[in-house]
Design a protein around this ligand. Structure first.
Ligand code: ADP
Length: 219
């Protein structure tokens, strides 16, 4: 699913990631923990092709058999839209659109018809127990509901990998537990792999593997 080798990242004179390697098997769920400033978000962004690693001859980043560090920006955008789903700490839903419209957005960007996108979105709303919230705008939803909508949005294009950065960092414990249960159910339903950056101990320890990043290196 992912083979990453010799990933380094430097901002100015700060060496944020120090020759990190990482691999992920199909349908595997890996959690990444570690102190603030350790480089977790930077690593997640590089694995999700949102940022580039430092250019080094030994660096390798293969996702779904594709050497993504060698793709053009245009090819990379298409790859990201088709293969990867992202969830952030703050849901980043568009406030003027309904839950249904927000979920459909990545499908529209990809050129899926309205009818097909809405059919998929209804299936996702059903999975996330939010069918009766389809026409609500984000401000009319609870924090837990907003975050489940943002996960549904990440899944609309049927990615093979979901990357989440502190997905429950902004939720109360009941909403967080419900979201965590759904991550594990959706792995079974959608055969998806996941990388979860989290400070939530209960989520981190439920993953198949838990990795600890300290000062830009695995500990
Ligand atoms: P974590 O997610 O583990 O808290 P980050 O990956 O967000 O860590 O950040 C690691 C370090 O890299 C921090 O010291 C942060 O200030 C620095 N950093 C992150 N992004 C940038 C950037 N775009 N420019 C400069 N420094 C950055």
């Amino acid at each position: 699913m992912i083979q990453a080798k010799h990933i380094s990242k430097t901002y100015g004179t700060t060496n944020v990631l120090k020759d990190v390697s990482f691999s992920l098997a199909p349908t595997e769920i890996v959690s990444i923990i570690g102190p603030s400033g350790a480089g977790k978000t930077t690593l997640l962004h590089i694995l999700g092709t949102l940022e580039h690693a430092d250019v080094q001859s030994q660096t390798e980043l293969i996702i779904n058999g594709k050497a993504v560090n060698r793709l053009s920006d245009k090819a990379l955008s298409a790859f990201r839209n088709e293969s990867l789903g992202f969830v952030f700490q703050f849901h980043q839903l568009l406030p003027e659109f309904t839950a249904m419209e927000n979920i459909c957005m990545p499908a529209f960007i990809r050129g899926t018809s309205k009818r097909e996108a809405e059919k998929k979105a209804m299936e996702l709303l059903d999975f996330f127990e939010l069918t009766n919230r389809a026409k609500h705008k984000p401000s009319e939803l609870s924090g837990g509901e907003q975050q489940r909508i943002s996960v549904a949005r990440a899944l609309i294009n049927k990615p093979s990998l979901l990357l989440a950065d502190e997905p429950s960092g902004n939720l109360d414990s009941v909403s967080a537990d419900k979201l965590h249960d759904m991550f594990f159910r959706l792995r079974d339903t959608f055969s998806i792999s996941m990388i979860l950056v989290t400070h939530n101990k209960s989520l981190a320890t439920r993953a198949d593997r838990m990795l600890n990043l300290v000062d830009g290196q695995w500990n």
